[in-house]
Ligand binder design. Structure first.
Ligand code: MG
Ligand code: MG
Length: 258
């Protein structure tokens, strides 16, 4: 059952989403080759708690950390480790918060140092996929129109769209109805209505769409070992149109001055 949100609830969700945005902005200031995922995880947990919120992922389904950190061939749900990042890595950082009873959940894939042009293109196209999907999130459309648009753009560029993991409704729970796949046909699923709040999160692979899971029970990797990218925003439907509650502005400001 989809839980539609009031204007007041959407404002509270914006606060939770923006705290994730600011946390990712802090990460953007320090992430570089030589830094470890565990260092970022500690920074994020402290920043979120200092701002009166709780980490949204820590303990959720028994996940052990504040951040999901998924470098290179890892798609999502990577567990932060002690292994320093290398020059040329791409690193998906996914972060959740719980603030005033609502969850924020959004993600960015960082390019570290000298990333190969074909890998940078994967990042660019995946971010484009996110905004193309958001543009479809409007009254008059159905849920599958979002995934249809994302899939078209990814496959036009020769990439694989992960099937097993999807975007989702967001609110007082991290994962609510509806599921928001990154693939599909036009015109299927529930009609999009005002008050819908969802996390849209294309997970796009340079090669095959197929994935596998590590024995840690969490980490998802591409089956062929090629890189994967992941960008996520929290979106509400207001007056028939999509409103992005999260922002990449803090990240992009920090990266610009680096
Ligand atoms: Mg996420
Ligand atoms: Mg999510």
């Amino acid at each position: 059952m989809i839980i539609y949100k009031s204007a007041e609830e959407i404002e509270l969700m914006r606060q939770a989403a923006l705290l994730v945005s600011r946390t990712l902005g802090e990460i953007a200031k320090v992430i570089k080759p030589g830094v470890t995922g565990l260092q970022l995880d500690k920074l994020a947990e402290e920043y979120i708690r200092d701002h009166g919120a709780k980490p949204g992922f820590l303990g959720l389904y028994d996940f052990p950390n504040t951040l999901c950190i998924s470098p290179n061939a890892q798609v999502v749900h990577g567990i932060p480790s002690n292994k320093p990042f290398d020059d040329g890595d791409i690193v998906s950082v996914d972060c959740g918060t719980l603030l005033n009873g609502f969850y924020g959940d959004h993600a960015y894939t960082f390019a570290l140092g000298n990333v190969k042009p074909e890998v940078q293109k994967l990042l660019d196209v995946t971010k484009e996929c996110l905004y193309i999907g958001i543009a479809e999130t409007k009254v008059g459309n159905r849920i599958s129109d979002i995934g249809w648009a994302i899939q078209q753009h990814a496959e036009k560029n020769g990439y694989g769209v992960v099937r097993e993991l999807v975007g989702h409704g967001l609110g007082k729970s991290m994962h609510e109805d509806p599921q928001v796949p990154n693939y599909g046909k036009r015109g299927w699923g529930k009609k999009i209505q005002n008050g819908l709040t969802i996390a849209i999160e294309p997970m796009i692979n340079m090669g095959t769409e197929k994935i596998r899971q590590l024995k840690d029970g969490w980490t998802i990797l591409t089956a062929d070992g090629l890189p994967s990218a992941h960008f996520e925003h929290d979106v509400a439907v207001v007056d028939g149109k999509p409103v992005i509650l999260s922002t990449f502005d803090y990240i992009e400001e920090a990266l610009a001055v680096k």
